[in-house]
Structure formats: structure tokens, C-alpha cells
Design a protein around this ligand. Structure first.
Ligand code: C6P
Length: 404
């Protein structure tokens, strides 16, 4: 693996001062920074090949279509999906989850049926199911967690039944860092005939994903959290389910033939890609995935695990600081609260020292309620972060706590 200093050289944004101090970027769970190859790819796309896809017969249209479809093939490989028909472009995880809730929910969920999610879901994996359940008069059930922030599997086994049609859970929690046993959850759901939706927004940057090995029915992620551009994401879905599902949106590209009497729909995956897609960002997503594959997901995970352990140990030494999320299996996210100090104040004072963290409820309000808190300070690490940065972060934090 390249050394971390060389990897950092690939990220132009990291080499700047914020408020007169060298930037420390610990807000990677919100969005990761982009390597030069991704930034250059956007430039190359718009200066050399911009054209609409799947429509033109001219050279630029062929180039952009080829590049757009090359990314789809790489995503197929990245997730180990069986075919490109199972790889649908969306705006991001939120749109992917809404697509499944709306389209699969339409055919699979009826009055009195049940959908199961967990306490640690992001709002994107709560609200679409609430909307569906309201529409269909179905029931939303929630798997509880323990004080360490781990799912209570025995409680899940009590909740699930033949009435359960969908189980939708997060692979890695954005607030706690907990890595959920999704394979076991998927196996159990299948025993009851339920299908599974996995929110992989925080897993894809850190964990190797094999949708066939997991046997996931749907898997969603966002390009921007995995070193790619914003506005592009993926929904993986099993072909046999996608084939049964009605389109999510109507428009160009998703049709075969339109008459005023009847419209027939395009083949997969295009049936779910109405309108001109986000071509430039899809093309640059290929460079982001190549960046990850080149370093190796195991190497990324090992480096981030070291950062996580280092930061956790240092933070635990600070009096009156409580880490929220102490699961045995965690990705590189540390959330914490400090007695008597508002998390927002800590975030603002860290920013005044060039350190970017996220504060607040992290779009997981029900999870905050479970812990009886309003918000946390969250530091989340990526491949380009270092233990030296953690040292500076911890010493600034100690100084801030003393001042406050
Ligand atoms: N979490 C965070 O700071 P979008 O916005 O569609 O790319 O991703 C939504 C989403 C869904 N699930 C999980 C687990 C997530 O973490 C996120 C995005 C960011 O934690 C922004 S709220």
C-alpha cells in the first residue's frame, strides 16, 4: 500500500489552512474528500466527451455512453453483483431507499403487513418506510439496541413473523459506527419470506461488500461517501425482484414504446433511470472506485481501525467525556458527549482551530432519544487521516473543555 503521506498528496483540498491552522478533516461520514483522479475526471468529461447517453449516434454520445456504462460495470464488480441489470444509478442512498420503499413497497406491502427497521437508522431509512406504512395501513416495527449501541438480535427474532414483508437495516451506523451482522439478519428475514434492504451508505467506504455472499435483496450507497462526487449513488437489486417492480418515475429513457393508450417499459436497469442521468458524476465515480480498489479495502479498513482504536483510547482518558457507541464491531466513527458542554460549542471551537467534525443528531433523532441526548460530537476517519491529526484534535479538545 502507498504510504499515507503519498495518499494525502492525491487530495488537493487537504493542503490548506482553515482559520490560520492546517485543516484536519474528520467529517468523512458526512462526505469524504475527493482524490485528484476524481476531480480530473469531471474536467475531462466536460471538456472532452459531454453528451447525453443512450440517445445519440454521434461520437461524443458514444463516448459518454461508454464511460457511463464502464462505471456501471465497475460498480457491479465492486459489489459482486451478478449482472449490470442489477445496478441502478440514483442520486444517492436516500433516493435508492425511497425507490425500493415506493416501488417494491407498492407490490409487496398490504394492510396489516409489517416492515422492520432498527433504532439506529438514519432518517433516510425511516421516513420512506413510514410513508409506505401510512399509505398501505401497514405496521412499522423497530429493533431495539443495547447501551453499547448493538442491535438486540433476540429482539429482532421476536419481532419477525410471516407478516413481515421487508426488513431494512443499516450496515454501518453513521452515528455509532456499529457494524451490524447483516448477513445473519438477511438469513433470518429470508426464513420468514421477507426481503431485505441494506443501507450501505457508511459501509461501502470501509467494508468489503459482496451482495451475493450477503444474499441481500437490495443494497444502497452514495458515491460521495466513497471518495466520489455528490449527486450520484447506486441501488443494487436482485434481478428477479427488479423485474416485478413498477417504475419509480416516468419519463425518457425508462420506456420502450409510448402511445397515449399504453406505455411499455425499458429493460433493466434503464426501467428505473427516467430522464437524463447525472452522467458526469457517474463517470467520475469510476475513478473513486478505482482509487479504493487500488489501495485495497482491507488496507483501508486496517488503517482506519488503527485510527479508531487510537482515538478511542485517547478520548477515554478525558474526564467527563462519554463515548456514544461502544459496539464490539465498529467502523471508524467516534461519537461523544461532554458533561456540561454543548456539542455545537465544541464543534465551533474545533472549527476555529481548523478541525472539521460534525455535531448534532446526525439525522438519527430516534437514536438520540434512545440515549437520552440531543446530539453528539462526531469524528469520522478516512484513509488519509493520521494519528498526528488525532493528537492535535485531542489536545485542542482538552483545551476547549478546560476553557468551557
Ligand atoms: N449521512 C452523515 O453525516 P445521502 O444523503 O443520500 O447521500 O445519504 C443518506 C444516508 C443514509 N444512510 C446513512 C447511514 C447515512 O449516513 C446517510 C448520510 C450523512 O451521517 C449525512 S446526514
Amino acid at each position: 500500500m502507498k504510504n499515507i503521506q503519498d495518499i494525502r498528496q492525491d487530495f488537493p483540498i487537504l493542503h490548506q489552512e482553515i482559520q490560520g491552522k492546517p485543516l484536519i478533516y474528520f467529517d468523512n461520514a458526512a462526505t469524504s474528500q475527493k482524490p485528484r483522479s476524481v476531480i480530473d475526471s469531471l474536467n475531462t468529461y466536460y471538456t472532452g466527451m459531454n453528451a447525453n447517453v443512450h440517445r445519440g449516434i454521434h461520437t461524443l454520445a458514444e463516448r459518454s455512453t461508454q464511460a457511463f456504462e464502464d462505471t456501471r460495470e465497475l460498480v457491479r464488480h465492486f459489489l459482486n453483483a451478478q449482472s449490470i441489470e442489477e445496478v441502478i444509478y440514483t442520486k444517492g442512498t436516500t433516493e435508492s431507499l425511497n425507490l425500493v420503499a415506493s416501488s417494491y413497497g407498492q407490490i409487496a406491502v398490504n394492510e396489516g403487513d409489517e416492515v422492520i427497521i432498527s433504532t439506529m437508522e438514519h432518517h433516510s431509512n425511516i421516513v420512506p418506510w413510514q410513508l409506505l406504512c401510512e399509505r398501505k395501513k401497514a405496521i412499522l416495527k423497530v429493533i431495539p439496541i443495547n447501551d453499547k449501541g448493538e442491535l438486540l438480535f433476540e429482539e429482532f427474532e421476536k419481532l419477525i413473523s410471516e407478516r413481515t414483508k421487508i426488513v431494512s437495516v443499516v450496515h454501518v451506523s453513521n452515528t455509532l459506527g456499529t457494524i451490524n451482522p447483516v448477513k445473519k439478519i438477511i438469513d433470518t428475514a429470508h426464513q420468514f419470506g421477507a426481503i431485505t434492504v441494506i443501507d450501505g451508505a457508511q459501509a461501502t467506504p470501509h467494508v468489503e461488500i459482496d451482495v451475493q455472499d450477503l444474499n441481500a435483496d437490495f443494497y444502497a450507497f452514495s458515491g460521495h461517501k466513497v471518495y466520489g462526487p455528490t449527486g450520484i449513488g447506486i441501488l443494487y437489486g436482485k434481478k428477479k425482484l427488479l423485474e416485478q417492480m413498477p417504475p419509480y418515475m416516468g419519463g425518457g429513457e425508462m420506456i420502450k414504446e409510448v402511445t397515449f393508450e399504453k406505455t411499455t417499459y425499458n429493460d433493466l436497469p434503464y426501467k428505473f433511470e427516467a430522464g437524463t442521468p447525472n452522467i458526469g458524476d457517474a463517470v467520475a465515480l469510476k475513478n473513486a472506485i478505482e482509487f479504493v480498489l487500488e489501495i485495497g479495502r482491507e488496507n483501508i479498513a486496517n488503517h482506519e481501525q488503527e485510527l479508531l482504536e487510537y482515538a478511542t483510547q485517547k478520548l477515554q482518558e478525558i474526564p467527563n467525556l462519554r463515548i456514544i457507541g461502544e459496539a464490539n464491531h465498529k467502523a471508524s466513527v467516534v461519537s461523544f458527549v461532554v458533561d456540561g458542554v454543548h456539542s455545537m460549542d465544541i464543534g465551533m471551537m474545533l472549527d476555529a482551530n481548523g478541525i472539521a467534525v460534525r455535531t448534532g443528531n446526525h439525522c438519527t433523532m430516534p437514536l438520540m432519544a434512545r440515549f437520552g441526548i440531543e446530539g453528539t460530537v462526531r469524528a469520522s476517519f478516512a484513509i488519509y487521516n493520521t494519528t498526528e491529526e488525532i493528537d492535535r484534535f485531542v489536545s485542542e479538545l482538552q483545551r476547549i473543555i478546560q476553557v468551557m
